[in-house]
Design a protein around this ligand. Sequence first.
Ligand code: NCD
Length: 452
Amino acid sequence: MTKSIITIDDLSLSQINSIFDLADEFLEKGAWKVRGRRRSADQFILSTLFYEPSTRTRFSFESAMLRLGGHVISSADSASTSAAKGETIADTVRVMENYADIIVIRHPWEGAARVAAEFSDVPIINAGDGAHEHPTQTLCDLYTLRREKKKLKDLNVLLCGDLKNGRTVHSLVYALARFGADIHTRSAPGFGLPEHVRERLKNKYGFEPHEGDFDEIDAVYRAPDDQSNLFEVDLMLQQPSNRNRHERGRNIDACYVTRLQMERLEGGSTGQYPVVNGKFLKKKRYAKSSVLHPLPRVDELGYDMDRDPRGIYFKQASYGVPIRMALISALLELKTSLAVDPQWKPYDYEVYSSRSGLRCRGSRCITNHDAERRHLVPKFWLVADKPVTLRCVYCEHELKPLLVGGCDSKAFASSSDWKSVKRENRVFFFDEDNARSQGFHPRRRKLKLVSA
Ligand code: NCD
């Protein structure tokens, strides 16, 4: 079966570790530095299909493939492909799979990489789909932590910035949760982890980050109105109770800093945005904190950190090459193949899919994209029973439908009765208006036959 990497959960912890071991080999032997030395990929072509800007991700994938002795065909800009003429992702990959042996895709729509994987016979790698996930950045992040901290288990990590729209953060929290980390968040107001991310953390891994620590911030910048206007406030010191809690906290092993995702803002101002700089990191608990950033940075990460040994973000970016060499080698089975891990079953849910009934409400979900909705049927995992909860397979936003109907009877009832409707007839609705607008009517109660 073709293995694609759409979310970080497509890799078990042992698969992640074997990619890291292979990256260590590439890095330590220095072989990856000498172009052409390794000819193992010389029969293969990698294609990068990028519909959004990129520096590190695209170039490091291309560099990795070239260093493996392979070949690259690339589109850095959707304007130069038939996407500009309205072609769907599904059609594009059905063509590209004949030209390349592995496809790396970045797209502003959530679920775009999954759609590509559904239509492709060659492995698809998600290089970022909207605000959803960016699993290979997480491999770089974790690998950096593994090299710096000599372990991945039980780390204490602080996530800073736009945790709502930052896809790197989403993939990272899922992985950190699986490695047993403790996570603290420090986001701009209104930019905390989205509900569906917190739900997935809670329901799948029984994990809850320590959120709402904005009061610990003592350095912020005003964004997005005037990003050059850096200023500082000391909110924490205004609240002594918080100061005590803050001082009592465990040492932070790593601060993961992210920029405001301006391209994904849906109106409104961000107000004050947290900054990580030497001043912020003065507190004792940060004395040994490594500072990571997926880059690019804007004003959220002080340039003073470039001279501070805790700032390791350029090293982190450099690991993009050995990590992606290892991933490509594994997916093309040039080196260690990704042995199936029978213990790891991340999507062990019943799938519900129907053309009628409700659709995903994710504003950037690929199923709501004008071109793709012509052919895509909404698809959900049934992740919980009480109340019935559907998670979109593409963008992972969750819905709690109130009603379930039967396509044969056109009758609806409470969604808690979903098991009483045959799977092939089952259709979920948000509410009564949603059901009635599609010609469904309330199910009549069965009359009790009482014998005389
Ligand atoms: C990130 C991305 O594209 O999500 N960049 C990257 O891949 N290194 C982070 C960002 O753009 O802020």
